[in-house]
Design a protein around this ligand. Structure first.
Ligand SMILES: C[S@@+](CC[C@H](N)C(=O)[O-])C[C@H]1O[C@@H](n2cnc3c(N)ncnc32)[C@H](O)[C@@H]1O
Length: 375
């Protein structure tokens, strides 16, 4: 079957790479989504392990439609009975871009009727919808309709370790993408000087310990009556057996707010990485390190109000001064502040547009010297 993975905006390339690493399959990217062929085990593997993706779907079909009659007829031809049983509750969500059919409500309603009609004719009874609530997503882009069933349920960034949200936290899957786009790897020291609730370091800790991103949560695919998912128990057991415990701490998080550090510690504990991440309440201005090489990946405050601008100017200048004393270090910072390089005092080696939620940001990469190769 066709499996489609959605990616955070601007990060499709990172998701494509991870998809390849997990399955060995090259995926096709269309409108921020990547597709491969697979089976229910692939669906399970991706939901459990994908750190960078937003959701995993089963694609039921796609076709062109410009009238509601066409939409109804084409939807009725799709084999929903392969995935939905006669007790399934069905919720339809629609997303439309530059298309003749342009009412979200009407599209959702027509599609729901067509799906129910199809299932009723196959099962020979009316649907009670007393079972699990399956979410069908209809995407219409320039009159081209794609029908997906959500197998993740809640988006994959909801790993289950966040007990409450901190001050402007970054989504967990976006944090993982930032790490992937940095030069950090398991053997390098990683620091977040504005760690907030700790997301970037917790994601790094999970990578370091080999903890799958979805180990502590439920997924919709586990509730498909049509699939035997008894293999999943073994998949989880194998994943737990593969968790490793590195013997020294190389992940450090600092924040000026004690409340944020408390939150970060609680989240790290829940994620199972408290033993590999060190958090401390500290003003970034006081940071220094004896380590010759290191990587900073961070999401500094950006000042939502115009009145915050002076504070941000001072903070980014001081951040640049702290960096000057970290001679060979690399810095990766995501911020919507457009003059970050000028304030920080260094030109970025690479800039990339990334959305943090709905906020357009730039991810600045400033590369330090490479450590000498070990002989
Ligand atoms: C955008 S938030 C970081 C959110 C974080 N990525 C997360 O996922 O929760 C910026 C953080 O910088 C902290 N901060 C502001 N000024 C600071 C300073 N001078 N030194 C250290 N941290 C500071 C704030 O308390 C806030 O938690």
């Amino acid at each position: 079957m066709k499996i489609t993975v959605s990616a955070p905006s601007g990060l499709e390339g990172v998701v494509k790479r991870e998809l390849y690493k997990l399955t060995g399959l090259d995926s096709k990217a269309v409108d921020g989504r990547l597709s491969i062929e697979g089976d229910i085990k692939t669906v399970a593997l991706l939901n459990l392990n994908m750190r960078t993706a937003s959701r995993v779907y089963i694609t039921v079909g796609s076709f062109k439609a410009v009238t509601f009659d066409e939409l109804f007829d084409e939807i009725s031809k799709l084999s929903f009975e392969q995935y939905l049983d006669k007790t399934s509750k069905i919720t339809v969500y629609s997303d439309i871009f530059e298309s003749k059919l342009n009412s979200i409500q009407a599209v959702s309603s027509v599609c729901k009727k067509a799906i129910c009609k199809r299932l009723e004719s196959v099962y020979g009874c009316s649907l009670k919808e007393s079972g699990f609530n399956h979410k069908v997503e209809i995407s219409i882009r320039r009159d081209y309709v794609t029908v997906n069933i959500n197998t993740s349920g809640e988006p994959l960034h909801k790993r289950g370790y966040r007990t409450s949200v901190g001050d402007a936290p970054i989504k967990e899957n976006v944090a993982s993408c930032l790490l992937d786009l940095s030069v950090w790897n398991k053997s390098k020291t990683l620091v977040d000087l504005f760690c907030g609730s700790g997301t970037i370091l917790i994601e790094a800790g999970m990578i370091l310990k080999n903890i799958p991103s979805g180990l502590n949560r439920d997924f919709d695919f586990l509730h498909f009556e049509k699939f035997d998912v008894s293999f999943y128990e073994q998949m989880i057991k194998d994943a737990k057996d593969n968790v490793v415990k590195p013997n020294c701490i190389r992940l450090y998080g600092y924040d000026i707010e004690e409340s944020q550090i408390k939150l970060a510690r609680a989240h790290a504990k829940k994620a199972g990485v408290a033993d590999v991440v060190y958090f401390e309440c500290k003003d970034m201005r006081e940071y220094s390190s004896n380590e010759e090489y290191g990587v900073i990946v961070t999401n500094p405050p950006y000042g939502e109000r115009i009145s915050d601008r002076n504070e941000i100017v001072r903070l980014y200048r001081d951040f640049g001064k702290v960096y000057k004393n970290l001679k060979n270090w690399s810095v990766f910072a995501i911020t919507p502040v457009s003059d970050f390089e000028r304030l920080f005092g260094k030109k970025a080696d690479k800039k990339r547009k990334i959305y943090n939620g709905r906020l357009e940001c730039t991810y600045y990469s400033m590369l330090g010297a490479k450590p000498p190769k070990k002989i």
